[in-house]
Write a protein that binds this ligand. Sequence first.
Ligand code: SF4
Ligand code: SF4
Ligand code: SF4
Ligand code: FES
Length: 952
Amino acid sequence: MSELQLPIYDLGTPRPHDCSVQVKLEIDGQQVQVDAGTSVMRAAALLGISVPKLCATDSLDAFGSCRVCLVEIEGRRGMPASCTTIAEEGMVVSTQSGALKKLRKNVLELYISDHPLDCVTCPTNGDCELQDVAAELGVEDSRYGLQGLNHQHAAKDESNPYFTFDPSMCIVCYRCVRACDDIQGTFALTVDGRGFESKITAGQMESFMESECVSCGACVNSCPTAALEEKSVIEMGLPEKSTVTTCAYCGVGCSFNVETRGDEVVRMTPSKEGKANEGHACVKGRFAFGYTSHKDRITTPMIRDSIDEPWREVDWKQAIEFTARRFREIQAEYGRDSIGGITSSRCSNEETYLVQKLVRAGFGNNNVDTCARVCHSPTGYGLKTTLGESAGTQAFDSVAKADVVMLIGANPTEAHPVFASRLKRRLREGAQLIVVDPRKTELVDSPHIRAAHHLQLLPGSNVAFVNAMAHVIVTEGLEDETYIRERCEIQAWQDWSDFIRGEENSPEYLQAVTGIPAVELRAAARLYAKAANAAIYYGLGVTEHSQGSTTVMGIANLAMVTGNLGREGVGVNPLRGQNNVQGSCDMGSFPHELPGYRHISDPDVRGLFENEWKVKLQPEPGLRIPNMFDAAICGDFKGLYCQGEDIAQSDPNTHHVEAALKALECLVVQDIFLNETARFAHVFLPGSTFLEKNGTFTNAERRISRVRKVLPSKSGKEDWEITVDLANALGYPMKYTHPSEIMDEIARLTPTFSGVNYVKLDTLGSIQWPCNEAAPEGTPTMHVDEFVRGKGYFAITGFVPSSERSTRKYPLLLTTGRILSQYNVGAQTRRTKNTVWADQDLLEIHPVDAEDRGISSGDWVGIQSRAGDTVLRAVVTEKVQPGVVYTTFHFPLTGANIVTTENSDWATNCPEYKVTAVQATRVTQPSEWQKQQAVFNRQQKAFLDKARRPGV
Ligand code: SF4
Ligand code: SF4
Ligand code: SF4
Ligand code: FES
């Protein structure tokens, strides 16, 4: 491990929570001052004194089982364990006496007697804490013999695709059990037997795969020996180098050490320094990086004149020139506004910034949009209107101070797993939970957690729900009058208060709409309003509705009326989907906003950018994604530069999207795989994965973190370089030599980013914006003394039922969501071993609805809506209520969006994915659309093969 930056020194036990009081003590003749509550082991470690340890690690509370960390304390009898002994004022500790060494040696010999002594061939030789302690104590043999029978001959569990459990290596330190319980919160591991015979087991003596294990890897991180080990380390050997970067999956934004050997990634381990994850991870970020070297990667640019022709591989120069020529020809023929671009929420801030700059400055219009259009655009609109800033208000660690958490339309154990682990920890400490969801999600009832209320509302009734909550709060006098008077616009408050008091907003009146019993809703409203600290976390179940923006404003109203904004433990927190969806919005990816959410029509703001970019900008907002599709079908929009976004799979009403894509004369797809959209493309520009580029991502808590290049780009270019080349070819000069220069430009132009630069990011690790003169190290909590807009604004949130309702023809309401092992359109996770957990989308249907239709689990079921139909397998479950069906959208074969409609949020056009009226019937064959897709896919695959093997 020559170049490997060693992991941060393990201090043995965690830092105590309350650091307000200090104590002084002496250890081995040295004085040290530590926080009250610090263990003697940690105090010694802070002095650089290493006390041997096996069961202790600083990510877990001390357990005191191994007894190798014994110390002597003046005035105390015996030799206490330093990990469980708390440092006290005036204590005098000795860690290194002859008696201690003798005792520790004895303990270690007992361990060694039941542990294989084949260190030389062990995969973790050189990275094993047992080996280290043995070496430190000079133990090479055991007077108890070396043929222990308790563990040495136990069979390996190879069931998990990513790690093995080899019980022969296990020293029963319980670190894995505690990691699973305390850090992950899954409680999948137990100890069978007692004393020397005790053994670690998953579930009820099951294999890891059969158990409740969610493959987060926390147990593997914590194991001091090779008992739990990544298979990649066993196959490839220990890594030689480690680089800190940021996960490219979800909006939690976990920090990772990418550990490599040459040009190969051996493993990714969560960074303890990462403020978003503090050393934890989920199965995707931790293990599912195999797609980065998958054979499906396309690494050579390709062009073609028509989608009915095979691809032709070309070099970068030809591909860029072809694209620039086609775009200029289209603009010459159809006008300046006939082309546009889509920025990627998978790409970095710098890359999305450049694409919107290219569109505004190079294309000369504002036809730029991003996938946030179809997920959290209502968050931007709703929070900007009410609070003045389009982002979540808290840092993730704020949840540790919440007394009541209301989770609306979010399923974090599946979609934001590392945040879910934090939340579960707080709930186990006693915080109360209100789950508002049409489905019975895991947090409603899971080990050691039971929601105080599960408000199982009907899809489409979110606004009615938030209004009914507010009605209870206001009519029962539970509002925070002082907060409202000091912090909010009084006229707006009075208007809203009059509105919300109306009987039409009472839980009793709305019960028929929401499906929530009024008594239960009233109880939940009281719980939320009376909490010292109440926090709201919400997801796409809030935004992806025809009234998504209204619900977001209703949520902000709830927080304001109860005074739950502006400090830790409270707030309004959108759980963002993609790794950089916050960043892509911040970077000006919407057609009406320049970076920093400033309207394009503002001449002062435009002037700032015109001055820096040396170009005149259009004052009118450009086309949103759905407008681009409509305009393409009408023949007004002909060219699209699509950076890292699979609109053919992810956007609603697939028939409509495909018709739009087919109508384009030049579709440019920049991606790592030939995705569904690329089947309609004329130019394919091969992108780079997060391992192959430098840049930054911004997570759901506004945290900007570095992405660091670990491997050379397989295509020869990082994505920002492609955009630079295209801009130059179009005649709009861009000159950058490194993404840090792009960030410097962003900082010059964006007040909330003015203090951000790569040097500071490297120093601080990450920064939550706003970061400027007023907050040079960033802003963990927003709206502390006043709202960004000045006074908080209570928006009137009238409930308008969705036009998408169940009917005799379509009697069920389909809602969609995600699962833990797959991600979004699945382009990455489908190309990893995560498919062992899920290799297809399934339709959840309630037993009553299933019985009515003669459907059993495993049957093929056709779902039909007015937009289209598809076929997938059924799971009969009570997780959904009668009248509601549910599926995921990870697999193109299912194409769940063939059934979703073009209905969308009134303010932002965010699609109403969460409510589609459907019928479900038992069928025996794929839908017509699926059959046509199969033919089209075969044709496009042949076109690709021809490009890759021209002679064949
Ligand atoms: S598997 Fe590892 S972490 Fe778990 S008890 Fe055994 S040695 Fe300790
Ligand atoms: S991988 Fe995670 S969930 Fe599975 S046993 Fe280990 S800690 Fe528990
Ligand atoms: S929680 Fe999200 S960011 Fe963290 S490892 Fe999992 S996918 Fe990556
Ligand atoms: S490290 Fe203290 S008892 Fe194990």
